[in-house]
Design a protein around this ligand. Structure first.
Ligand code: SF4
Length: 380
């Protein structure tokens, strides 16, 4: 087996207002609740006696925490800092200011991921975001001015009423900021969200699948021309700025997730924490585990999971890498015919070692990137 890398994820489950499309776990921000919550997280961190290869503070909205609470959290993470480690924090434009940015940098955070989503006020409003385009641009400028050299912006495409021309303008603006990373997600209608209900009761009309596909194809052709390598289904980066923490996920390496709804994957066991911040605190105080679900992903199951996540990357699945990583030959883990079907549908192609003209793995085709979920599901 190769050396495993281990990522640390800390969930900050607070937002000011729920966005209409969001099914992440988060609750309304309260300073008191956040303070008690962070006290638990800090105790959990102190009990973690190990090294991590990356730290990622996600949410929710980490930047919603007050200066005092951010200081408390980031000081607690100091024990894990190592030179050259990637340390990311997510932030939303409405809760970011220069004082917080300075604190992030002082405490070793070296990557910021800003939830921009759009530079169009009407679209932001239709998504239920509470910031406007001006706020989004200011957050990027401020992050750069404060000294961040590794900035991601999250963008969403396929909102109600959006067309290709509007998305082209969005990408032009996004890539014009000289940021290092752009994540571009298609709007999805998750069951528990208000947007799903609005679609069900026909108060909104989603755009056609083909229009959505056209927007995705445009991102795939435009962003590389602007210097962003398309390295994973939804992720584009300047060379050397791929998100290392997420590369860990796609390599199916280990990670520890702290906080409600956070997922951990340690030594082949995947577990998920209770999706309730107050219960998470309560359980900790009573000495009861916060884990509500776990499963053992060993043997061929683990190998299939590895293929399903790794195929999302531009590199695809390299046979030799796969054998070393999982102990299995790639061809032995899938149902007969499943792979042929994906090739026949034009979703996969072989990676060819040009020097010896041999197949050395498989990867998604351009069409495959559009149907990456279908491919991943077929592997499981
Ligand atoms: S800010 Fe992020 S986590 Fe919070 S509701 Fe909106 S999309 Fe969800």
């Amino acid at each position: 087996m190769m050396d495993t890398r281990e990522g640390l994820y800390v969930h900050i489950p607070f937002c000011r207002q729920k966005c209409l499309y969001c099914d992440f776990y988060s609750v309304q921000y309260s300073e008191n609740l956040a303070d008690s919550y962070l006290s638990v997280i800090l105790k959990e961190l102190q009990a973690l006696n190990q090294d991590f290869s990356s730290i990622y503070i996600g949410g929710g909205t980490p930047s919603i925490l007050s200066q005092v609470l951010l200081d408390k959290l980031l000081s607690g993470l100091k024990i894990f800092l190592k030179p050259d480690m990637e340390f990311t924090i997510e932030a939303n434009p409405e809760s970011l200011d220069s004082e917080k940015l300075k604190l992030f940098l002082d405490k070793g955070v070296n990557r910021i991921s800003i939830g921009v989503q759009s530079f169009d006020d009407k679209k932001l409003n239709s998504l239920g975001r509470i910031h406007d385009a001006k706020g989004a641009m200011e957050a990027i400028w401020l992050s750069k001015k404060s000294g961040f050299k590794n900035i991601n912006i999250d963008m969403i495409f396929g909102a109600v009423g959006e067309d290709l021309k509007a998305w082209q303008a969005e990408l032009e603006k996004a890539s014009g900021f000289d940021v290092q990373h752009i994540s571009s997600y298609s709007l999805s209608y998750e069951k528990s969200t208000p947007l799903f209900k609005m679609r069900e009761n026909r108060s909104i009309m989603p755009i056609e699948d083909e229009a959505m596909a056209e927007m995705y194809r445009y991102a795939m052709s435009y962003l590389p021309g602007m210097g962003f390598n398309h390295y994973e289904v939804s992720n584009f980066s300047k060379p050397g700025f791929e998100c290392r923490h997420n590369l860990n996920y796609w390599d199916n390496d280990s990670y520890i997730g702290l906080g409600p709804s956070a997922v951990s994957y340690i030594k082949g066991v995947r577990s998920e924490n209770v999706r309730d911040a107050e219960e998470y605190i309560d359980r900790y105080e009573k000495g009861v585990s916060g884990i509500t679900y776990s499963e053992n992903l060993s043997g061929v199951r683990m190998a299939k999971e590895t293929a399903a996540v790794k195929i999302r990357t531009k590199q695809g699945v390299d046979y030799e890498w796969f054998k070393i990583k999982t102990g299995f030959d790639f061809d032995d883990i899938l149902e007969k015919g499943a792979l042929e079907e994906l090739f026949k549908d034009g979703l996969l192609e072989y990676k060819i070692d040009k020097a010896i003209r041999e197949r050395r793995g498989i990867m998604l085709t351009e069409k495959g990137f559009l149907f990456s979920d279908t491919v991943s599901s077929a592997f499981l």
